[in-house]
Design a binder for this molecule. Structure first.
Ligand SMILES: NC(=O)C[C@H](N)C(=O)O
Length: 637
């Protein structure tokens, strides 16, 4: 064993060395490793002797090594270890143009290795087995790389991206598919930007999804469609905004990023079911065509219908064929032929399909619907029921989850948790969920007069005009509960005093019911008006008069109510107050302009009623008012 002097020497020699190595600027900077799986496509093609584009072996990687924007030769020579020789390295961060404020892994060099497939394929030649090969390679190299880029032809890129999104289970790293419309080494090419952007995103950002990078946008792969054969903006994502945009700044919509729930490890599912198909409806499609299409071994069909998911409901022949197929276990998904929008069952023609066992595919693209079917159907251990259930479910952010409007929740902190639990995966969905939850949350906050909570909800995008399932807004509730400062706050934020709930109740009526005078005044000042029908108002007044509820009479009065309003029998509150001998009501009504001369349908005035009842005190009160009135007339006041 070493003696103490030896140990001391060892420590004194080692310590400064260790400290030095941590601080030495000549040490390699941290790196991100990206694996580029090069499958083919225009991006790496060359014109052949016949003057047409063709992929060429080893052409891409050798050429890239000569381009400084793709490979920092000097750095590679001085820094790469022996086993890193086949890597390329991007220029230092100062030259990458990454200016986003957050989210990326700062200061990393992006190293990448290109794994070239043999043969390289035009993507039109790809098969489902090629998706399996890509998925397997992703799995095999998953632990050794930070991110992945798949160079791919554009023609079937949306299919591959959709398929990979399902095949990659519990994905935790970025996978980006890209390609180009013009080969990367032509003078004009979209390939350089697309590839460089993909390397940067895959190397520096953790967006654990299968994405497509094209034309300075990062789109969720299973939402994409190749939409333009000739444009650099070849892909669209019609039902979901880009996850990220690469402009002067790189902006990532982090709230839209889909994250696999759970704690399971990454794995891939490679044996996709090939017995699937796309069937596009057209007017006059024959039953034989549909029947033929649905014949075994067909296991799953994506039915592209009209508009919001409609097919003829006057064709029992057709519907029967679909029903028969569904009954024997063929899974049929209904998606729209429209590029944008989703399938709903708001038309009888759409409902008829649903009744035939066809599953609503929401806003899935044809590519996503087809590959989802292929994925789900290949799960051999799943029952048919489970497969149908999973087809309906949002598995990888491929469809928009519409939150049910009547969700209620009491805890403000739960919104994000709920969003996660529902696999909410896009800004659109989060907005929908928020719209469903916020009104209830705002009403709950208003109930307790919690202005801070209201302000928090507002800052998170809450809209004070939104109402809960009973049509009630935060203002209704605050008015009913009598929280003056909350009402003030809400009015200040533009909450409407005119909105009516499902029962036609306005915030003003709520304040009257709650007998909150200062709130009534505040609402009146803001332009609120009493919206009750005259006879309904009269009945309210009569009731209050009969119950000697002076506060309610006062509240109505402050809200501008005419105290002489008549009910069905043309009776006023004063008639009722007299007949019920509620002296305080009579007093209040007389003091506030109630007329003792109005006749009901029986020809009686309030004074007549008092005389009939021989209510002396009341007669006196009325007569006193009569005298005051005649004096005032004489004095001209
Ligand atoms: N732009 C392209 O990549 C088109 C090519 N035909 C392909 O899909 O491989």
């Amino acid at each position: 064993m070493a003696d103490t002097t030896e140990l001391k020497n060892h420590v004194s020699q080692k310590r400064p060395l260790l400290a030095q190595s941590l601080m030495d600027s000549s040490e390699p900077e941290p790196t991100s490793r990206v694996l580029v799986i090069y499958t083919g496509g225009t991006i790496g093609m060359k014109t052949n002797d016949n003057g047409v584009y063709e992929p060429k072996e080893d052409f891409l990687v050798n050429k890239l090594r000569t381009l400084p924007m793709f490979h920092d030769k000097e750095y590679a020579e001085s820094h790469f270890a022996e086993d890193e020789e086949d890597f390329l390295v991007m220029p230092p961060k100062e030259f990458l143009g990454v200016r986003s404020k957050q989210g990326h892994q700062k200061g990393r060099r992006v190293m990448y290795r290109i794994m070239e497939y043999k043969p390289l394929l035009d993507s039109s030649n790809m098969m489902m087995t090629d998706w399996g090969k890509i998925a397997s390679d992703l799995y095999d190299h998953y632990d050794h790389y930070d991110g992945f880029v798949v160079l791919h032809g554009t023609d079937t890129m949306a299919y591959t991206a959709s398929a990979l999104s399902f095949m990659c289970e519990n994905l935790g790293k970025t996978i980006i598919l890209t390609g180009s419309q013009i080969p990367i080494f032509e003078v004009r090419s979209d390939g350089r930007d697309n590839f460089l952007s993909s390397l940067i995103m895959a190397g520096l950002y953790n967006i654990p999804e299968v994405l497509v990078c094209f034309d300075n946008k990062i789109l969720r792969g299973n939402r994409t469609i190749k939409n333009d054969a000739g444009s650099f903006a070849a892909f669209i994502s019609p039902n979901l905004p880009p996850i990220a945009t690469l402009e002067i700044r790189i902006s990532v919509d982090w709230s839209a990023v889909f994250r696999a729930p759970g704690t399971e490890k990454f794995r891939v599912h490679t044996n996709m079911c090939q017995n699937v198909g796309l069937l596009r409806m057209f007017p006059g499609i024959t039953t034989q065509t549909v029947r033929g299409f649905l014949q075994p071994p067909m296991q799953g069909v994506v039915l592209q219908t009209y508009g919001a998911g409609n097919a003829p409901d006057n064709r029992p022949d057709l519907l029967n064929v679909l029903k028969e197929a569904s009954n024997i276990g063929v899974i049929i998904i209904n998606i729209t032929q429209c590029t944008r929008g989703c399938v709903m069952t708001s038309y009888a023609t759409g409902k008829a399909l649903e009744d035939s066992g066809v599953i609503c595919g929401g806003d899935m693209t044809p590519e996503a619907a087809l590959t989802k079917l292929s994925y789900v159907l290949s799960k051999e251990t799943w029952t048919l029921e489970k497969k149908r259930k999973f087809v309906k479910r949002n598995l990888r952010g491929e469809m928009t989850v519409v939150a049910k409007e009547n969700i209620t929740i009491l805890d403000f902190e739960l919104i994000e948790t709920v969003a996660r639990a529902l696999s909410v995966s896009s800004t659109e969905e989060v907005k929908k969920l928020r719209d469903a939850l916020y009104p209830s949350l705002m009403c709950a906050a208003a109930q307790t007069g919690d202005n801070q909570a209201l302000e928090k909800l507002r800052s998170l995008g809450g809209n004070f005009s939104s109402h809960n399932q009973d049509g009630r807004t935060a203002l209704h509730v605050a008015c009913r509960e009598g929280h003056v400062s909350t009402v003030q706050y809400l009015l200040h934020q533009g909450a409407s005093v005119h909105v009516k709930d499902c029962n036609g109740i306005t915030p003003l009526l709520d304040a009257i019911k709650g007998k909150h005078m200062s709130i009534i005044r505040l609402l009146m000042k803001t332009g609120a008006i009493l919206t009750l029908k005259p006879f309904v108002l009269a009945m309210e007044l009569c009731c209050a008069a009969a119950m000697e509820d002076i506060e309610t009479l006062q509240a109505f009065r402050s809200a501008g109510a005419d105290l002489n309003e008549m009910d069905y029998d043309k009776r006023t509150a004063l008639h009722v107050a007299v007949d019920t001998e509620c002296k305080r009501s009579v007093h209040f009504l007389l003091d506030n302009g109630a007329s003792w001369t109005l006749q009901d349908i029986f020809g009686n005035t309030a004074l007549d009623c008092a005389k009939k009842r021989n209510s002396r005190e009341i007669i006196e009160m009325i007569e006193k008012k009569e005298q005051e009135a005649s004096l005032n007339t004489e004095n001209g006041t």
